[in-house]
Write a protein that binds this ligand. Structure first.
Ligand SMILES: [Zn+2]
Length: 463
């Protein structure tokens, strides 16, 4: 008879779920359990083998739940929630569009309210690690800190005058550049490592056309000094490409290379209007492409993601603020490449990899998040298997990518802490966050002579 070993105390035990680990061997555990202690996964297994070893402070009954690692959403600007539902039919990025509420005209309080909405939506739909960069980056850091997400925050560095950009004109201003750099440095110095490392801060030059060559070189110096990733937009539009060619005689990718920014720290969103040389250079540098399938499609474009990946670039996935739902992004990611005629290696498992371990590795967090494995941070998402969109589950991957959606997510754990429980945000009143963002957005649009629809009709009298 084996000697009885007293169970060890742990913070949390998720028990009885279908655990899709997405680990190196793709283990899927029916009736699986995950034990969490000190914010990390300390045990993973099937049947009773894990529960028998632990005496948890808190247990989540995960029967009828699919347990998967939290999603890694590598490119967002939460205050741009202000343009959601309004910019998509206008055909281009908000920064270049006249007549809409512009980021540089938001107050810090308005940015905070919109950021909370964006963070809430992404958490609620299963993103546990979120890259978020914009003006007022400290407001972003506060929103992620309060609501409980794991976040990589940066500012929005540029020296092109945003007012001129809305008129399709590039006026570079050293004062604007210096202010945006100062804002990003202040963020890094005040917020780096906050919340037990849950908040990390990086640098984000907006794009090779909205940053001059000198400013990009300054950013490269800062990244050498402070470390971390560089987040930016690359080859998002024909106007960006024609501007860098006219200004510097180079493609946007070549501009980044000349500035010392094209390396494995680079996370480049969009990569739509790339040349064959650009694709090869991104691959040789082992840079990461932040693939934005829904954002691309919305403007009628498809980035050559599979081709760029075939050159050796790393792939990660994002929703870029337009919709926070990474499940939707996963299926668009594969479908859009198939429309381009790509076939090899494109399937549900690949999309899940881009949305988890791929993003984790891009952020230098490959050993910390991205799969369910002992030693990793406890960032877990529980989906409801009684939802019709998640049935039938046969191989464990297909239903998640091809029919699942963010609303199937019921419980979200970040750093071992339950932040969404049965659909409810625990760190704040979710409905109040939505109301507040609606109020802020209505006021901003009203300032742009757009009367929000909810203000257009007086309510009929009752009784
Ligand atoms: Zn973006």
């Amino acid at each position: 008879m084996e000697p009885a070993i007293a169970p060890r105390i742990c913070d949390l035990l998720v028990k009885g779920g279908l655990v899709v680990t997405l680990d190196g061997t793709d283990r899927i555990l029916a009736g699986g359990a995950v034990a969490v202690e000190g914010g990390r996964i300390v045990d993973v297994g099937e049947g009773d083998e894990v529960p028998i070893r632990w005496s948890p402070v808190r247990t989540i009954d995960a029967r009828d739940r699919l347990v998967m690692p939290g999603l890694v959403n590598v490119h967002n600007h939460t205050p741009l929630m202000i343009t959601r539902g309004m910019i998509e039919d206008l055909g281009f990025a908000p920064m270049f569009t006249a007549g809409i509420p512009q980021g540089h005209r938001l107050s810090e309080g308005e940015a905070t309210a919109l950021s909370r909405l964006g963070v809430y939506e992404m958490l609620r739909t299963g993103s546990t690690t979120i890259v978020d960069f914009y003006r007022y980056p400290e407001a972003l850091a506060k929103a992620h800190s309060e609501l409980g997400s794991r976040a990589v925050i940066a500012g929005r560095i540029h020296d092109a005058d945003p007012e001129a950009l809305t008129q399709k004109r590039y006026d570079y201003s050293a004062a604007i550049g210096a202010a945006s750099v100062a804002e990003n440095i202040a963020l890094v110095e005040r917020w780096q490592g906050h919340d037990n490392g849950r908040i990390r801060c990086d640098f984000a030059p907006h794009a090779p056309d909205t940053c001059s060559d000198d400013l990009l070189r300054d950013v490269a110096d800062l990244v050498r000094q402070y470390g971390g990733n560089v987040h930016t937009h690359v080859c998002q539009s024909p106007i960006e490409v024609s501007q860098t060619r006219a200004r510097s005689g180079r493609s946007p990718v070549e501009v980044l290379d000349a500035a010392g920014l094209l390396d494995q720290r680079l996370i480049a969103a969009h990569c739509i209007h790339v040349t064959a040389d650009d694709e090869a250079a991104l691959g040789a540098a082992k840079a990461t492409m932040a693939y934005t399938p829904i954002g691309n499609a919305k403007t009628g474009r498809i980035a050559p993601a599979a081709s760029i990946a075939s050159h050796g670039a790393r792939m990660a996935l994002c929703t870029d603020t337009f919709s926070g739902d990474m499940f939707e992004a996963m299926r668009w990611a594969v479908a859009m490449q198939r429309i381009r005629g790509e076939k090899d290696g494109l399937n549900a498992r690949a999309a899940l990899r881009w949305a988890t371990q791929g993003g984790a590795e891009a952020l230098g967090l490959g050993d910390e998040i991205g799969s369910i494995a002992v030693g990793k941070k406890a960032d877990l998402v529980l989906l409801d298997l009684s939802e019709p969109t998640l049935a039938p589950v046969i191989d464990g991957f297909g239903a998640l990518v091809w029919s699942g959606n963010g609303n199937n997510v019921k419980t979200v754990v970040v750093d071992g802490r339950i932040v969404i429980e049965e659909g409810l945000l625990l760190s704040a009143d979710g409905a109040e966050l939505v109301r507040e963002a609606q109020k802020v957005a209505e006021a901003l649009w009203a300032r742009h002579n757009v009367t929000p629809v909810r203000q257009r009709h007086s309510r009929p009298a009752i009784g």
